[in-house]
Design a protein around this ligand. Structure first.
Ligand code: G16
Length: 544
């Protein structure tokens, strides 16, 4: 086998963040940069000899080149087979489906998710283990340790490129490369989980929808499932062709970046249902005619309505949310007698709970919702879950949400992001807060009394692993919360995220404007954190 051993030196910035390693494309294109990280993955996941790997990405700029490099390295490191999505395309949830279905050793997903793409934008890489989920911290820590001591990597010196454009099988120095249909296995699983007949009937009776794929990976999946299989009118999927630069836009499904969809849903021309997904297809935004469903509410509503979905009826083992996600799902769990869990930010923390049959549904405020059908969040799955509920309840999105609030109370929720802050200043904000919260309990801030405040530390109930410094929490006696944390996915400077939540049970107060309802918390958060003095910032960059 023509294996070449290349001598290299460590880079000091290859610590995986919340979801793998994300950097600018040009950073990844530095000599040996990608290769060092890939070799560090292979060195950290056990014996790869004779094993099968899944490989694909969200189609962003540099996806195809990276795939050719990784194939040559997989071959040189001893993998026997790699399953690659056609044209290098695999949404993150589809990769998780394939890893699980084909029982592969693991998978490499190339994506910077909701971050912009293009030669001057972002690229990313992460490893998922055999359960189909993002590698847990013990593996990402091991990968990072390897990146700091790497001195060589292995790569095939075969100069030919594998044709990714057609399904088929190729040989790469004794390793089989199988180019597979990117959509097939995923669509099959969705068909097993949801009542396609009921959804198709609803659509044939005039129900209308708009799905914004944001020029990203979900386009082909959404066209196949929503238009071809469920009968939505042609053109119901917009921006459905994946582009390497996502059309120059930011493929992040929220009211700011999916504003065309938002404008449509709040106009007289609104269809009955709107949704969007992100760069790699794991996030979702749900919008009804004149109503935006917060991701936290969406998780709570899916949990409360699981009985409408045959595959989930009577089968919800528990529900988990990340710490900054609103407590709306806790209210549902309490009423339904389900266990609920609070984990740090990042999907990797849900995997252990699902593998141990503790939870079925989970979600994050950052437009991520999913279930134990895979080990990733799943944008289109959430859309189909909603469509199935709508087909079963025969009510509008707005009616379902309003009735939910009446029954469980409303958790007003918003996140304010302060992007590209100087890293030193952002670290100072967090360091000061860490000291401050030690002495806040029982004190009054404005009209509110602090009930608890801490730096969130999580002990995994399954393997007892401990994750510290997962965000500063200030909880008040009336159920409100303010949370501060630094993003682990950004690529320039630091992003400070401040999360706000208040809980309302009085039906007369359930229809306030969100920022208004949270205004006291917003003001006090800026004061408590000395934000202006330390960062010079007075306004959030993005509010979701
Ligand atoms: C952000 C979100 C997290 C999410 C993570 C990865 O992380 O806040 O909730 O788990 O992105 O999501 P994706 O894979 O869709 O990018 P952070 O650390 O930037 O807050």
């Amino acid at each position: 086998m023509p294996v070449t051993t290349i001598t290299t030196c460590p880079f000091d910035d290859q610590k995986p963040g919340t979801s793998g390693l994300r950097k600018k494309v040009k950073h990844f294109q530095q000599t040996h940069y990608l290769e060092n990280f890939v070799q560090s993955i292979f060195a950290s996941i056990g014996d790869v000899q004779g094993k099968t790997l899944v490989l694909g990405g969200d189609g962003r700029y540099y996806n195809k080149q990276a795939i050719q490099i990784i194939l040559k390295m997989a071959s040189a490191n001893g993998f026997s087979r790699v399953l690659v999505g056609q044209n290098g395309i695999l949404s993150t949830p589809a990769a998780s489906v394939i890893i699980r279905k084909k029982q592969t050793f693991g998978g490499i997903i190339l994506s910077a998710s909701h971050n912009p793409g293009g030669p001057d934008e972002d690229f990313g890489i992460k490893y998922n283990t055999s359960n189909g989920g993002p590698a847990p911290e013990k593996i990402t820590d091991a990968i990072y340790a390897k990146t700091k001591e790497i001195s060589q990597y292995l790569i095939s010196d075969n100069s030919s490129e594998i044709d990714l454009s057609q399904p088929g099988t190729h040989d790469l120095d004794g390793m089989t490369v199988e180019i597979i249909d990117s959509v097939h296995d995923y669509a099959l699983l969705m068909h097993e989980l949801f009542d396609f007949t009921a959804i198709r009937d609803m659509i044939s009776q005039g129900f209308t929808l708009c799905f914004d794929a944001m020029h990203a990976v979900t386009g082909p999946y959404a066209v196949e499932i929503l238009e071809n299989q469920l009968g939505a009118a042609k053109g119901s999927v917009i921006n459905g062709i994946p582009k390497e630069d996502f059309g120059g836009e930011h493929p992040d499904p929220n009211l700011v970046h999916a504003h065309h969809l938002a404008e449509l849903m709040f106009s007289p021309q609104s269809p009955d249902f709107g949704a969007a997904s992100d760069g790699d297809g794991d996030r979702n935004m749900i919008v009804g005619n004149n109503i935006f469903v917060t991701p936290s509410d969406s998780l709570a509503i899916l949990t409360a309505n699981a009985e409408h979905i045959p595959a989930y009826k009577g089968k919800i083992l528990g529900v988990a949310r990340s710490m900054p996600t609103s407590q709306a799902s806790d209210q549902v769990a309490k009423k339904l007698g389900l266990d609920s869990y609070e984990t740090p930010t990042g999907w990797k923390f849900f995997g252990n709970l699902m593998d141990a049959d503790k939870v079925t549904l989970c979600g994050e405020e950052s437009f991520g919702t999913g279930s134990s059908h895979i080990r990733e969040k799943d944008g289109l799955w959430a859309v189909l879950f909603w469509l199935n509920i709508l087909a079963s309840r025969k009510e509008s999105v707005a009616d379902i949400v309003h009735k939910h609030w009446q029954e469980f109370g409303r958790n007003y929720y918003s996140r304010h992001d302060y992007e590209a802050i100087e890293t030193k200043a952002a670290n100072q904000v967090m360091a000061n807060l860490r000291e401050k919260v030690k002495n806040l309990s029982n004190t009054k801030i404005g009209s509110l009394t602090v009930s608890y405040s801490d730096d969130f530390c999580y002990t995994d109930p399954i393997d007892n692993s401990v994750s510290e410094h997962q965000g500063i929490r200030i909880g008040f006696t009336n159920g409100s919360r303010v949370i501060f944390r630094l993003s682990g996915t950004g690529t320039s400077g630091a992003t400070l995220r401040i999360y706000y939540e208040s809980y309302e049970t009085n039906p007369d107060n359930m229809h306030q404007e969100t920022q208004q309802a949270l205004s006291e918390l917003i003001t006090l958060s800026v004061e408590v954190s000395d934000l202006k003095a330390l960062t010079g910032r007075t306004e959030a960059t993005v509010i979701t």
